[in-house]
Write a protein that binds this ligand. Structure first.
Ligand code: FMN
Length: 370
């Protein structure tokens, strides 16, 4: 019998028809436009919240308020555009992490993904047993089985609750990476190695809480064949970001998308971000200049990241990413996953989702025929 559908992804009582979550991309790369397009195809569309207020006139003077206003606006726009599943990505390292979480709950997003740090404290507002209705599904993003264990153990003790799903992000992802530089190309830290470890860490918690917690993998997943490969290893969903940048609906400028189309394998580099983590980006003159030790002095009006030592940082990451989003690469650079150089053209979200689905079915049917 031939398969004609991808398996659905179940997160509690939420069913995702196409088990693909579009990864949240900060500073204006995934807003309502991209998120609603993905959600309309049956996947999960995710709005990146870091620096989301960049288009608001008071972003410089009232950073937090501007972010909150912009998040509400983008969620409204996304809801008007689709009935599909919409999530938000909120980085734990943001100084307005809890405020943005509260907005997400108030606006009744379907799910909240939390990365760039371990979400341990201040989770009360998200947990269904605490006051409030229609809580979003809660999905931490981790880079190791150890981090998953820390979160689950802490939540069990503090909240008598465990996350609804978990994203395991490997070292081939774009943006900030939860690895030390020396771990990035070490075979002990591949998704293939970490996925079974993470599934076994979560299993006892699933039994205690009588709840299924799907593991969703991310980082370097490029084709439907890759999705099938990880499903064979026990993943129940994937989170993909890089491929969604080169879509018509992506909220970045054309110039940003073109850096993806034009980059080569040797342009994919690891940088030390002012956030205090390594990050994967596309090499350009701005980054070469920073690498040579040339500082880009700045006055910090935002204090957006808990971990940024802005007095010593060689440049302002929020400002560099904002410039890049707008296509001004003299003062910025693009984050991208390890496989960005394989992308050759900008297509629609519909075309991308259909291609991924066909490739998945092709791989699955080939596998089950033999
Ligand atoms: C341009 C860009 C911006 C990103 N911004 C964020 C972010 O704000 N928060 C986050 O948790 N992950 C962020 N990521 C990581 C993605 O959400 C995703 O998990 C990862 O890139 C998946 O790997 P892939 O890009 O190879 O598919 C970003 C990735 C890219 C390429």
């Amino acid at each position: 019998m031939k398969l004609d559908k991808m398996p659905v992804l179940k997160i509690g009582n939420l069913t995702v028809d196409i088990p693909i979550i579009q990864g949240g991309m900060a500073v204006g790369i995934s807003l309502a436009g991209l998120a609603s397009a993905v959600a309309s195809t049956g996947g999960v569309g995710v709005i990146g919240t870091a620096g989301i207020g960049m288009m608001e006139p008071d972003f410089d003077s009232h950073y937090k308020k501007a972010n909150q206003k912009a998040l509400r606006k983008e969620l409204k726009k996304a809801r008007e555009a689709t009935d599909g599943i919409i999530g938000v990505n909120i980085m734990v390292a943001l100084t307005d992490f809890i405020e943005m979480l509260n907005i997400a709950v108030e606006e009744r997003v379907d799910l909240v993904l939390m990365g760039a740090g371990l979400p341990l404290k201040g989770m009360e507002g998200l947990i269904p047993a605490y006051p409030g209705e229609n809580k979003p599904k809660i999905i931490p993003i981790v880079s190791s089985a150890r981090a998953a264990r820390l979160i689950f153990t802490h939540w069990q003790k503090s909240y008598h609750y465990i996350p609804d799903a978990i994203v395991l992000e490997g070292p081939l992802a774009g943006g900030h990476l939860g690895f030390k530089r020396e771990q990035i190309y070490n075979s002990d830290f591949t998704l293939e190695k970490m996925l079974p470890e993470t599934i076994s860490v979560i299993k006892p918690f699933e039994e205690i809480f009588k709840k299924k917690v799907p593991v969703i993998v991310a980082g370097g997943i490029y084709s439907g064949g890759d999705i099938f490969h990880f499903f064979q290893l026990g993943a129940q969903g994937v989170q993909m970001a890089t491929r969604f940048v080169a879509t018509e609906e992506c909220d970045a400028s054309e110039e940003f998308k073109q850096t993806y189309i034009n980059c080569k394998k040797e342009d994919m580099i690891i940088i030390d971000s002012p956030v205090g983590l390594p990050g994967r980006a596309i090499k350009n003159e701005f980054l070469e200049d920073v690498f040579l030790g040339n500082r880009k002095p700045f006055k910090c009006s935002w204090k957006c990241l808990k971990t940024c030592d802005f007095k010593r940082a060689p440049y302002c990451i929020a400002s560099a990413l904002t410039h890049a989003q707008r296509g001004y690469f003299k003062e910025g650079f693009a984050f991208a996953g390890a496989n960005a150089y394989r992308i050759k053209k900008v297509i629609t979200v519909n075309e991308l989702m259909a291609t991924l689905k066909n490739e998945y079915l092709h791989a699955a049917n080939k596998f089950y025929c033999y």
